[in-house]
Design a protein around this ligand. Structure first.
Ligand code: MN3
Length: 207
């Protein structure tokens, strides 16, 4: 029986104030992330033993091998489980600024400049229709690209086609910002840049 548990939040609920408020963080982590965790265990519970002890990233990379009866649920809850783990670690108190080193070079190569990257990431994340995520991802060339993904579908599910590796994710579901920002998704994204943990993103790019 798959036994995924809610990964530890790397900071206190109020650590990212005023950009991400403590109440949103608490509900997002203890209710939403918990629900994806429970949903993943439940979905995997209906499958054979070969799926019970796999790492979630391996399951997502091989989503096409999950039996059709459970694929939609595993895609949704497994994506939600992994996306949120990455998201918490993508942020830190006193974050923001710009990356340096190889990651900065890769961003410049794809987008022209860090400012141009930020403009595209923000515009396309804000413009994403409905629930989903904006991602900076590493691709097969070893460079970076921007993608949006619907609902909780993980960039890892594009592994076989494009070798996509998620680096920096932004949750644009309303549950991520509505208590503080209501309908103003753009204000949430503008504030979010102040808590981005670029050291963590650079580490993932190098891995
Ligand atoms: Mn969320």
């Amino acid at each position: 029986m798959a036994n995924f548990t809610l990964p530890q939040l790397p900071y206190a609920y109020d650590a990212l104030e005023p950009h991400i408020d403590a109440r949103t963080m608490e509900i997002h982590y203890t209710k939403h992330h918990q629900a994806y965790t429970d949903g993943l265990n439940k979905a995997l519970g209906s499958l054979g033993p070969e799926f019970q002890n796999m790492e979630v990233v391996d399951i997502l990379k091989n989503i096409d091998t999950v039996p059709e009866s459970a694929r939609g649920a595993v895609n949704f809850h497994g994506g939600g489980y992994n996306n949120h783990t990455l998201f918490w670690n993508n942020m830190k108190k006193g974050g923001g600024g710009e990356p340096s080193g190889e990651l900065a070079d890769a961003i410049k190569k794809t987008f022209g400049s860090f400012a141009d990257f930020k403009t595209k990431f923000q515009a396309d994340s804000v413009g994403h229709q409905g629930s989903g995520w904006g991602w900076l991802a590493k691709d097969a060339s070893g460079g970076v690209k921007f993608v949006t993904m619907p609902n909780q579908t993980s960039p890892w599910t594009k592994w076989k086609a494009e070798k996509l590796t998620p680096l920096l994710g932004l949750d644009v579901w309303e549950h991520a910002y509505y208590l503080k920002y209501q309908n103003k998704r753009a204000d949430y994204v503008t504030a979010w840049w102040n808590v981005v943990n670029w050291d963590e993103v650079a580490k993932r790019f190098k891995a």
